[in-house]
Design a protein around this ligand. Structure first.
Ligand code: FE2
Length: 199
């Protein structure tokens, strides 16, 4: 298998309200493309080249030492960014609906309290990484992941994930990562999140 970068399902300027066109272009066409290219290079000529990126990330312990770090970083980068692009939309529901809404309210008390904790976790993630809402055995949780580590390597399903690497927000928000985290809710695709939760 050769891993490929899918085009975005919306224009580069579609999320302009929150993320500027130039950031989207560089992020998708350069950063994400680099993860795809390096992942292909890492697994080329090995039996692992036949596996889906999900299978790679769920079986990191079985991957040979000499390519494990490259697969973890670049496979994670590919998987996390695919999810990230899908987690955003110019339209759609502006808050969770259905079962996910219920789960968030049960776990956090309210949607606002959930958002606050998610933003805090994202702002507090040291260095580069991600803040994710994940699910395991029906229970939801907010987790921070360094670098390109994916929660699916720890047995979780990802419901939404925000990229807190500087490349995701620096052109518009500079050092104000909390402002980016707060603005991001305007473009979250809760319809997709609900589908993932109901999975
Ligand atoms: Fe990124």
């Amino acid at each position: 298998m050769t891993y490929k970068l899918d085009p975005l399902k919306y224009n580069y300027d579609a999320l302009e309200e929150v993320i500027d066109e130039e950031t989207m272009k560089i992020h998708h066409d350069k950063h994400h493309q680099a993860y795809v290219d390096k992942l292909n290079k890492a697994v080329e000529g090995t039996e692992w080249a036949e596996k889906s990126v999900e299978e790679l990330l769920k079986n990191l312990d079985s991957i040979p030492d000499d390519i494990r770090t490259a697969v973890r970083n670049n496979g994670g980068g590919h998987y996390n960014h695919n999810l990230f692009w899908e987690t955003m939309t110019p339209g759609g529901s502006k808050e969770p609906v259905g079962n996910l809404k219920k789960a968030i309210e049960e776990q956090y008390g309210s949607f606002d309290a959930f958002k606050e904790e998610f933003e805090e976790k994202g702002a507090g993630q040291f260095g580069s990484g991600w803040v994710n809402l994940v699910e395991k055995d029906g229970k939801i949780e907010i987790v921070g992941n360094p670098n390109q580590d994916s929660p699916i390597s720890d047995g979780y399903n990802v419901i939404i994930g925000n990229d807190v690497w500087e490349h995701a927000y620096y052109l518009r928000y500079q050092n104000k990562r909390p402002d980016y985290l707060k603005a991001w809710w305007k473009v979250v695709n809760w319809d997709v999140a609900e589908e993932r939760y109901n999975g």
